[in-house]
Design a protein around this ligand. Structure first.
Ligand code: ZN
Length: 285
């Protein structure tokens, strides 16, 4: 979230939950809600109150309703993702249910509903020819397997983060491979993403981040190359030639089932597009 986005948010008049832009941080929504609610509280002050205060209007009351609804939806929407995450990290259904203060059956139903929604999202995207987002058939099956898992034991070791190994990443899915192929054929043109041009069919179990020292203790990330262990050194070399410092780490756990192909590039920040990364490559000019 940039300063500019924050300024736009502060200026935005919200009267319906649909007017809140997607991925607006909860903290921003709460801050705006508090401003409106504070004015409404001032309505309780007597007319004789000696200081000048802003009184709440119907607009403030509507904004409070709309923002509360938006926050409620965001919080609810995050439940499935968080349940999934907890299970992947080794929590048992018993623990997840206790955290939600429900029976395990209800917690399972919550994850099942979430997975169905994510599956529908993927299928809708695919049907509309967009880059699929959500759960593909295999990932969906993996979540359903979690739903059926025992109440007391942690989730199956194979699905859990701390027991993953670089060499047991699954093969790249067909839809993901096609997308990467398109990128490789049209470097820097097909979309905001790019490809190093490597011919490699491995699923990327690692992420090579292109970093520069940040203003504080945290660095600034300018882009990532999704990479297999065999191409790790190449990715590090490539990032170094762009003047950044390569930092390689394991790809997120979700990538174990649905890995990006090795060589996929995503660039961020002031350097627009992935060309700054792919340009130094002899075969990707
Ligand atoms: Zn590779």
């Amino acid at each position: 979230m940039t300063t500019e986005e924050h300024a736009r948010w502060n200026a935005l008049e919200v009267r319906e939950p649909g007017q809140v832009p997607a991925v607006t941080p909860l903290a921003w929504q709460v801050a705006k809600l508090t401003d409106h609610a504070d004015r409404l509280m001032n309505n309780a002050l007597p007319d004789t109150f000696p200081y000048e205060v802003e009184r709440g209007t119907a607009g403030d009351a509507l904004a409070v309703l709309a923002l509360r609804e938006s926050i409620r939806r965001d919080v609810e929407h995050g439940r499935g993702t968080r349940v999934h995450e907890a299970l992947l990290l080794g929590a048992s259904w018993r623990e997840v249910a206790a955290a939600l203060n429900v029976e395990t059956g209800e917690a399972r139903e919550l994850l099942r509903t979430w997975a169905q929604g994510q599956r529908n999202l993927w299928q809708r995207n695919e049907a509309e020819g967009r880059r699929p987002f959500g759960l593909d058939a295999d990932a969906y099956a993996a979540v359903l397997a979690l739903v059926e898992w025992d109440d007391e034991a942690p989730a199956p070791a194979a699905a859990r983060v701390e027991e993953r190994h670089q060499d047991d990443t699954e093969p790249v899915k067909e839809s993901t491979r096609r997308y990467a192929e398109e990128l490789r054929a049209n470097p820097g043109k097909a979309s905001a993403d790019g490809h190093t041009g490597w011919e490699c069919s491995a699923g990327a179990s690692l992420i090579a981040e292109a970093m520069t020292p940040g203003p504080g203790s945290l660095g600034t990330m300018h882009g990532v190359i999704y990479v297999c262990p065999g191409h790790q050194a190449d990715a590090e070399t490539l990032i170094s030639t762009t003047g950044c410092i390569p930092e390689v780490r394991d790809a997120p756990p979700r990538h174990r089932w649905d890995p990006w192909p090795c060589g996929h590039v995503t660039a961020f920040g002031p350097q627009k597009g992935p060309k700054w990364l792919t340009a130094p490559l002899p075969d990707a000019s």
